[in-house]
Write a protein that binds this ligand. Sequence first.
Ligand code: NAI
Ligand code: OAA
Length: 334
Amino acid sequence: MKMRKVVSVIGAGNVGEHVASLLALRGLVDVRMFDIPRKDGEKVIEPVKGKALDIRQMLAAIDIDAKVEGYTVSPEGNGYEALEGSDIIVITAGFPRRPGMSREDLLEKNLSILSVICEKIKQYAKEAIIIVVTNPVDLMTYAVYKMLGFSKRKVMGMAGVLDSARFKTFISQEVKVSPKDIHAYVIGGHGDEMVPLISISNVGGIPLKDMLPKEKLSELIKRTQFGGGEIVDLMGTSAYYAPAASIVEMVEAIVTDNKRILPCSVYLEGEEGKYYEAEDVCVGVPVKLGNCGVEEIINIPMLPEEREMWRRSVSSVRKNLKVVEEMLHARSVL
Ligand SMILES: NC(=O)C1=CN([C@@H]2O[C@H](COP(=O)(O)OP(=O)(O)OC[C@H]3O[C@@H](n4cnc5c(N)ncnc54)[C@H](O)[C@@H]3O)[C@@H](O)[C@H]2O)C=CC1
Ligand SMILES: O=C([O-])CC(=O)C(=O)O
């Protein structure tokens, strides 16, 4: 009988390998990593197997028990048999952006990669909960949800936890208080129009809006909205430490059934969709996570100006949804 939960990470690049190592370090789950081979001159190498072995040896050095395996797969979808038995699958496969690119520039190439991966998930891991990370994440989450046909509770995108961590970092630097005592949520699409919610942000229970002048609050909002781009400009590729830690928070909430409220990109429709004025789109909202996945969508009150930001953010995600829908039609998914 399988005792420990299994988390599979598809795409063991910068984000994926850090997710795998952080998960392994917590010792909560077993980890399976999947990635394609690389060419080193004439030689074909299998970095994913090396990374898994390296992580296992790290665990041995510090006395942590967790199984970590690496599997080489092909871009055409061979080699995914070990997905079987996965409780959670984290998708980080695909291209990251470089300076000067938008996340949407990755849409076409990353959608092709994810369409092969979804076929394999359907074949081997129909029961798994899926966390999509590949960008543009709200569009990819929508596409994965449609391609898999799983319950909407079981498909979510990671972005809001990361954006909220960035927001908390910037607030913490400004008010000189530990981020542990700061509550702040970012909702909406994972783009330059995301919505850092000032009205419900607080520092040790004191409303943020009472602590800082309007201009400073606007600066914090702007820096958060462009937080990903700031790192891309500095590093030449996108962030991975904070994204990986954010994914691990989501995984831990699901595995331990701890009912945390975390902002995640989820499919909105019906009641919650109407409240958020967003239907048939994946976008970030606070949700309660537990071992069934998304257990509840939490309705957050917004000020009129925040609601206006929300509308703009949702429509900027919607703008590219047409392209995704056309691609899914071409693949006969819709
Ligand atoms: N949602 C979010 O908040 C964030 C999203 N991202 C996104 O995550 C993705 C990964 O970023 P990084 O890890 O930095 O990129 P990376 O290039 O370091 O890693 C991507 C990995 O995907 C693998 N891959 C490519 N094609 C594949 C295929 N057909 N099958 C299996 N694996 C394949 C590559 O070999 C590589 O190891 C990017 O799309 C990036 O934009 C990154 C940070 C935050
Ligand atoms: O900026 C990027 O391309 C990666 C990402 O989504 C983030 O770090 O927020």
